[in-house]
Write a protein that binds this ligand. Structure first.
Ligand SMILES: O=C(O)CCC(=O)C(=O)O
Length: 313
């Protein structure tokens, strides 16, 4: 056989995932997770409550005792705890397991899993929209009734790294994100900045200048700058993607007339094992961990910086 006729070798999913993480800091799965199981879980979740204005405290109730921290799902208050036996379509899907094992090694650990809801404008009370306008992180947990804090609610979140919640922890984990219904441009899709992980950990909010419709110049102080491409993750039921803890991503407020509901997992490498993530992290030019991850909040956790870059995307 002549050299020209050599058949092309198709990389395994494991190799593809590691090379995508090295280049882009993310991998978008071609194969969705079981759409029927995703739709079924969605029906169960939607059956629990209305995802509308009834989620929220009144302004007077909120002002009587503002709580900005401890308002996300936690053990004992996490809607997914009641659906543990329905999550195999994600957690045991062979292609998901293969990809996670390639990056994190055998015995990887789920650090956190939860339902994330993008709340549409029509469901956010007017007083609240007024108060949060322009904030970079519109996690609405502070404003929802305590009994509903078993889900995380967003009205958009500016470009950030998931390292933001892990001071002093090495970026040894990734985020796996699954859509439970079709997500279009109007349904608060994730905006990923491909290649942004290469500058390592960076304090929020980030230094981003738009250079084209789908491109940004990203600077991380002494750790350099990079031109990064914006990818908007639209997809059908069961769409799955994962990204590095230093990959910038965000969402705009949900512009549809209904909520967007997804699953979000944080999954870490097993201790003391080398894995694809070592190869990825060896290519980063910036820090792998940060002692301070953000400077947008006051001591109580209220926003003091009002700027939001993803709104300009
Ligand atoms: O689901 C969203 O709207 C934002 C999710 C996200 O970026 C996160 O949880 O880190």
């Amino acid at each position: 056989m002549s050299a020209m006729a050599q058949p092309k070798t198709i990389p395994s999913l494991a190799d593809q995932v590691v090379s995508d993480f090295v280049r882009d800091g993310a991998h978008v799965f071609e194969q969705q997770v079981d759409p029927a199981a995703a739709a079924d879980l969605l029906t169960q979740i939607r059956g629990l409550r209305r995802f509308d204005e009834t989620l929220f405290l009144s302004e007077a109730e909120f002002d009587a005792d503002p709580q900005y921290t401890g308002v996300n799902p936690k053990p004992g208050r996490n809607v997914l705890e009641r659906f543990e036996d329905r999550l195999g379509f994600v957690e045991q899907a062979p292609h998901i397991v293969e990809a996670l094992t390639a990056l994190l090694g055998e015995g990887y650990e789920i650090l956190n899993k939860k339902v994330v809801c993008g709340v549409p404008a029509k469901s956010v009370p007017e007083w609240l929209r007024r108060r949060i306008h322009g904030n970079p992180v519109n996690n609405l947990g502070a404003y929802v009734k305590p009994a509903c804090r078993d889900v995380t609610y967003f009205y958009g979140i500016d470009f950030h790294q998931d390292l933001i919640d892990y001071k002093d922890r090495e970026a040894d984990f990734l985020t796996l994100y699954v859509y439970l219904h079709p997500v279009t441009r109007a349904d608060a899709p994730l905006y990923l900045l491909e290649g942004s992980h290469r500058l390592g950990g960076s304090v929020f909010p980030h230094d981003l200048t738009r250079t084209a419709d789908d491109a940004w110049l990203y600077r991380n102080g002494p750790h350099g700058e990079a031109g990064v491409r914006q990818r908007i993750l639209t997809g059908g039921t069961g769409f799955a993607a994962m990204w590095h803890a230093c990959t910038l991503h965000g969402t705009q407020p949900d512009a549809a007339d209904h909520e967007r509901i997804s699953l979000r997992y944080l999954i870490a490498r097993s201790a003391a094992k080398r894995s694809g993530m070592d190869a990825v992290n060896a290519t980063l030019s910036g820090p792998l961990s940060l002692s301070d991850t953000r400077k947008d909040l006051d001591a109580a956790g209220a926003a003091v910086i009002r700027q939001n870059t993803v709104l300009k995307a």
